[in-house]
Design a protein around this ligand. Structure first.
Ligand code: AMP
Length: 353
């Protein structure tokens, strides 16, 4: 038994899946409310802070954390990924600057942006919130004001992408990087709906481009742990949209359909253990359960179907769980995915209503 104690900042489903992945390895995860970081010397939550401070290593399962608090914690316990990576991922402009310094192409932004454009708040926006698609200069200027002024937003050209992909990699303490296959992500109402793994029609050249890009970013940030980059595919090449300094929704399929899941490899990396293989073991598709829960028995009747319920109260737009369906070939996967979507969409009061 390794018996390592990991402090996880954040108490959501990503943390639960990390905790579950650690159990067979003897890695114990304690999930801590992120508010603990922002009430540094106040006294009331010293016990919580103390709990983090006595962990062997601390990690994050969400990006909206107090970086100053994380920084102060880093003086007494290793924080992986480090506060710098978290700070970069919190700021869309910081992300773009780091993409550039790592030689990774992005949409034209700032002074180079052209209309039509998207105005995005630098901080706090997620799942399509804090974003305005603009086609005229007047709309753009109004959105910049609405977003809090020129220093609070980034303006970027609309990319005529063919599809949205993401790449997830893990970088170990010694700097070794392993990448899972590129996946295709389809969104609905700004929220990830379906991930297909590997991305249909994935070529070795595109995978190599993704591998290079994510390794360059991870090296640039001296990153330790799992890192995700959301991408646009345009004319057979990749542009980086944003990064996540944590395990990612588009990597949930790795639990059932990769040699090592993103959760296990994140723990291996931050604990300084050898990384596991990221090779896929089956074709997979992941469907998020958003807003309402479909009848579980119907899902379980579909071969290759794995249901993950998060035990949360239903609310429009809320991720309540996910389903991963695996298959030996493309045809069977398409059939099984269609069956899953029929159950999920057939549910009374689907989230698009
Ligand atoms: P984001 O919050 O940056 O992930 O953006 C949410 C969604 O908006 C993305 O998944 C894309 O579908 C779309 N989007 C964001 N930026 C752009 C862009 N520059 N061009 C076209 N679509 C975009």
């Amino acid at each position: 038994v390794t018996d390592v104690h990991v402090g996880v900042v954040g108490t959501g489903q990503l943390g639960w899946m990390l905790r579950r992945a650690g159990e067979p390895l003897g890695i114990r995860c304690t999930l801590v409310d992120p508010g603990v970081l922002s009430v540094a010397e106040a006294g009331t939550t010293v016990a919580d802070r103390h709990e983090l401070a006595v962990c062997d290593v601390v990690t994050v399962e969400l990006e909206a954390v107090d970086v100053a608090g994380l920084d102060s914690l880093a003086s007494c316990v290793p924080v992986r990924p480090g506060p710098l990576a978290v700070a970069v991922a919190q700021d869309r402009m910081g992300e773009k600057q780091h993409f550039e310094s790592a030689g990774i192409p992005t949409a034209a932004w700032g002074a180079s942006a052209r209309l039509p454009a998207i105005v995005k708040t630098r901080r706090g926006g997620y799942d399509g919130r804090g974003q305005w698609r603009v086609t005229t200069e007047a709309e753009r200027d109004a959105s910049i004001v609405e977003g809090g002024g020129p220093d609070a937003v980034v303006v970027e050209s609309v990319v005529p992408f063919d599809r949205e992909l993401s790449v997830i990699a893990v970088r170990g303490l010694g700097g070794d990087v392993r990448t899972w296959p590129l996946v295709q992500n389809d969104h609905r109402d700004g929220i990830l709906r379906v991930t297909r793994a590997p991305a249909p029609g994935l070529t070795p050249a595109l995978q190599a481009e993704a591998d290079r890009l994510v390794a360059a970013l991870a090296d640039d940030l001296d990153y330790v742990g799992v890192l995700a980059v959301e991408l646009f595919e345009v004319g057979g090449h990749l542009l980086a949209n944003e990064m996540a300094c944590r395990v990612h929704n588009s990597g949930h399929w790795t639990i059932e359909a990769a040699e090592s899941s993103q959760f296990e490899n994140h723990l291996r990396a931050i604990c300084g253990l050898p990384l596991g293989s990221t090779a896929p073991t089956a074709l997979a598709a992941m469907v998020n359960l958003i807003g309402t829960e479909p009848p579980v028995a119907s899902l379980l009747g579909i071969p290759g179907c794995h249901v993950h319920r998060y035990g949360k109260a239903p609310r429009p737009g809320r991720k309540l769980g996910h389903v991963t369906v695996t298959a030996p070939d493309e045809d069977v996967l398409a059939e099984r995915l269609a069956a899953v979507l029929a159950v999920v969409d057939g549910g009374v009061g689907s989230e698009t209503s």
